[in-house]
Design a protein around this ligand. Structure first.
Ligand code: AKB
Length: 320
């Protein structure tokens, strides 16, 4: 029987992954965890087991794993690219030392691990378009450096200790429940909130900055599909490129305008986030994920935009 621990359960992905996993594997078999209990997140903290857990605390982490008999960890806790540039040392502590703690605890209990990596592993020397699965990486952001180091460390723990560690390189994640915190791709979520609330959005990236995105239902489906995939079919196992939507701020605003004709976008470029975006691929080649475990995202730009506006309009109108 699966006993799953989710770290970072109150983050953008965790808030939706926990209910998804609880529905699939049973409420009591999915233990959510986060650094503190946050108000407004009762849908995660009060609908099943929840542990207050700082991943930099190795002893507490091992104790939680043992207490619940955990045999699989979805390790989502991470600092993102923009906040990482404000405090690189703090990012290293969370992203790298946190990961080592999880790998070590997993080694004791032979847990499987899901480790989300990112398009941030690529850098200015990587091919820009349809960036291949295997190519030059050499990231320049501290976040990207932590993610490529994490990928290598996960591969090492697999080959050295036989741990079953799998993971994806996420592009920007678009969702309508918890907001993303401190990423370069966050514009693609904020634009929807501002379009509905104010009819306009000021974007911190240039209009033609192309970055790949995926919509949350595909994120959830992909993570579980990879973790349930037949290991004999996985040539890579870890760090799969995945993508669904290749888009620029201008193209996204044009799509939103089809639904909100008066919507306006202007630009106030944030040099830190623009430099990060410029160092990342314009688009990814995700053929390895498609071939090895059947990655097949459902949502394209049109479907995602329509769904985001429908769900968020209902939610925001309810609040006001
Ligand atoms: C970020 O923008 O930092 C993240 C990512 C692409 O990993 N959303």
């Amino acid at each position: 029987m699966k006993k799953i621990l989710v770290t970072g359960a109150l983050g953008q992905i965790g808030t939706e992954l926990v209910p998804y996993l609880r529905k699939r594997y049973g409420t009591d078999n999915v233990i959510a965890s986060g650094r503190r209990i946050k108000e407004g997140y009762e849908r995660v903290t009060e609908t099943g087991p929840f542990e207050v857990l700082d991943i930099t605390n190795r002893e507490k982490f091992s104790a939680v794993i043992k207490k619940h008999g955990v045999n699989s960890v979805y390790h989502l806790a991470s600092m993102l690219s923009a906040t990482g540039e404000e405090n690189p040392q703090a990012l290293w502590e969370v992203n790298m030392n946190g990961l080592i703690n999880i790998l070590e605890a997993a080694r004791e209990c032979n847990c499987s691990i899901f480790f989300p990596s990112s398009i941030a592993v690529f850098g200015p020397d990587s091919p820009k378009d349809k960036t291949p699965q295997e190519t030059v990486t050499r990231p320049t952001s501290i976040y990207g450096i932590s993610k490529i180091s994490g990928e290598l460390l996960c591969d090492y723990y697999h080959s050295k200790y036989g741990l079953d560690i799998r993971g994806l390189r996420y592009p920007g994640v678009i969702s309508n429940d918890a907001l993303p915190g401190g990423g370069t791709t966050d514009y693609a979520v904020h634009i929807f909130y501002d379009a509905i609330k104010h009819g306009k959005y000021t974007c911190f990236l240039e209009e033609n900055s192309s970055i790949d995105m995926i919509y949350m239902p595909d994120v959830l489906k992909g993570a579980v599909q990879l973790m349930e995939a037949d290991p004999d079919k996985l040539k890579h196992r870890n760090a799969f490129n995945v993508s669904a939507i290749t888009v620029t701020p201008k193209e996204l605003s044009t799509e939103i305008k089809k639904h909100i004709p008066d919507f306006k976008i202007d630009y106030e470029i944030d040099p830190v986030r623009q430099a990060i975006a410029d160092s990342w691929p314009n688009s990814l080649d995700d053929s390895a994920a498609r071939a090895e475990w059947g990655w097949n995202p459902q949502y394209d730009l049109e479907m995602m935009t329509e769904d985001m506006l429908r769900v968020l309009s209902a939610k925001l109108n309810q609040v006001s």
